[in-house]
Design a binder for this molecule. Structure first.
Ligand code: CMP
Length: 300
């Protein structure tokens, strides 16, 4: 059983959001504690579209929860009324599934959640039963957020973003075998930008901290005056500098107007790190093209 350490204060959040008359709970915290939660939030994709006022409401609404190793935090199939932000410790995620072609059930471990991760957001986001069981793999220190505050302040922006990218991400070859849950995390982390035909997206030799997915349009990579890669919808680029910690190996230019989705290095490492093998495979392709064109392959 999860234990709440801090008491609830009924203190209202004054001026905010008069339209809906929604008043988020306030669980008093010292500035130091707020700062600590803020730091965790800064790294959380789910909360990334909140403005400062909204962040403050959320910071106040979080409630400390301590769970002992081995305890169940969330039970698959149950109703969900909270999500949890992990401050310290790890949690295992199990899913009961029906074995293909039988009525037999089996329980699979599908994920391990770490500090900075959010668990329990799906039930709140989609008004659905808990999709999995979450068990404390170590003692856990968590911050819980109630359904009402999540719905009023966080959900719409986050859900819109997931919806917006969902269809496109399904088409991206690189993400084909990534499960829907991980893909939704990728959606949370993405931002999008438009480029005009002729714009330079990446410049050879510069330091690079961004990974790009091309959602629409055509682009090409040029090295030594020669086109080394052509990109169309649903391809990706910019991974090399991040994988190999080196300057940009080519210049990428928009051939037509382009819509790209991009993420920073930290998100890339965290979310696409497990795909490193797949990403590296592209390198063989680059090497072949460059050798054929008589170009230097020292960056590959
Ligand atoms: P929710 O369905 O509310 O409760 C179980 C939580 O487990 C779920 O939200 C997610 O936050 C988390 N989770 C982690 N990995 C997975 C996964 N592969 N499938 C579903 N839920 C997952």
């Amino acid at each position: 059983q999860a234990k709440n350490r801090q008491s609830v204060s009924a203190e209202a959040y004054g001026e905010w959001n008069k339209k809906t008359n929604f008043v988020a709970p306030v669980h008093p915290k010292t500035p130091e504690v707020k700062e600590r939660i803020q730091e965790i939030l800064d790294n959380s994709f789910l909360f990334s579209s909140l403005d400062v006022e909204e962040i403050d409401v959320v910071l106040n609404a979080f409630e400390e929860v301590v769970v002992k190793k081995g305890e169940t935090l969330i039970k698959q199939g149950a109703d969900g009324d909270k999500l949890y932000l992990i401050e310290s410790g790890e949690a295992d995620v199990f899913k009961e599934v029906t074995k293909e072609g039988t009525n037999e059930k089996e329980t699979l471990k599908v994920n391990t959640m770490k500090p900075g991760d959010t668990v329990g957001e799906l039930a709140l986001m989609y008004n659905a039963p808990r999709a999995a069981t979450v068990v404390a793999a170590t003692d856990l220190k968590l911050w819980s957020l109630d359904r009402q505050t999540f719905t009023h302040i966080v959900r719409d922006a986050a859900a819109k973003k997931r919806e917006m990218y969902e269809e496109s991400l399904k088409e991206v070859e690189l993400l084909k075998d990534v499960d829907a849950y991980e893909r939704s995390k990728v959606a949370d982390a993405l931002k999008s930008q438009l480029y005009h035909a002729g714009d330079t997206i990446i410049r050879e030799g510069e330091a690079g901290d961004t990974f790009y997915l091309l959602l629409d349009g055509e682009a090409e990579a040029v090295k030594g005056g020669k086109v080394v890669m052509k990109y169309s919808r649903d391809s990706y680029f910019g991974e090399l500098a991040l994988l190999k910690n080196q300057p940009r190996a080519a210049t990428v230019t928009a051939k037509t107007d382009c819509k790209v989705a991009y993420m920073d290095r930290r998100s890339f490492k965290r979310l696409l790190g497990p795909l490193e093998g797949l990403l590296m495979r592209n390198m063989d392709h680059y090497r072949a093209v460059m050798t054929q064109l008589g170009l230097d392959t020292k960056y590959l």
